[in-house]
Design a protein around this ligand. Sequence first.
Ligand code: KIV
Length: 273
Amino acid sequence: MSAAVQVDARKVTTRRLLEMKQRGEKIAMLTAYDYSMAKLIDQAGMDIILVGDSASNTMAGNVTTLPITLDQMIYHGKSVARAVSRSLVVVDMPFGSYQGNSKEALASAIRIMKETHADAVKMEGGREIHESIERILCAGIPIMGHLGLTPQSINKFGTYAVRAREEAEARKLKEDAKMLQDLGCFGLVLEKIPAALAKEVTESLEIPVIGIGAGPHTDGQVLVMHDMLGITQNFSPRYLRRYADLQSTIIDACSHYVEDVKASDFPNDKEQY
Ligand code: KIV
């Protein structure tokens, strides 16, 4: 078994993330959607585990994140939170659970917090959803913002290409980032934007900024677990570093098992009662 990184064993809180930013300690964040993987990821010393709505893609095989429901996110969130003792657990609010009106948004966030026992929620968007953000924060629920490429708006963008290359969009992103901080969000994810813009936003904010495809200058990094473990097929964006090739490992192990069963080699004399 490989040794996990030495980390402070105390539970990660939003306050500790702020202290990490202040002392320049990078923040590691990864997605998880189930109990078994979340337990391993927590043991590895992850600071934040995101129960991302990317579960819609990785767990359910949908093309976008739009179809996943609040009940499904709650199921994944519950499974993850049950496994975790150290990482801060953040659950994505799914598409349709907060964009309608702020009352519905609050009801969705309360369900997530009550039923999953997670530590916080994440929401995509800026000024368009500020009323929902304010209302949820007023209820004492910590929020992580998400700007740049926001996959719940893929039908508006029409592409997964890099966002905010143009001056007007970059300006709006900077204003939204400041607004999210001023409203009281404890952190921010920046997805797929130019590294120079991510650096500017990170340096201008006091709250931790976590990047995905946003270069090296953010306060931390987040990846989708299935991508970095090499489980996902046919997905190789430039920003992705694969830390394992589980696709081959799993296919090899499973085909070896098939061979053994077909050859009546499994179970052997010792593998029975
Ligand atoms: O749903 C997700 O996995 C995310 C990350 C890409 C940040 O939002």
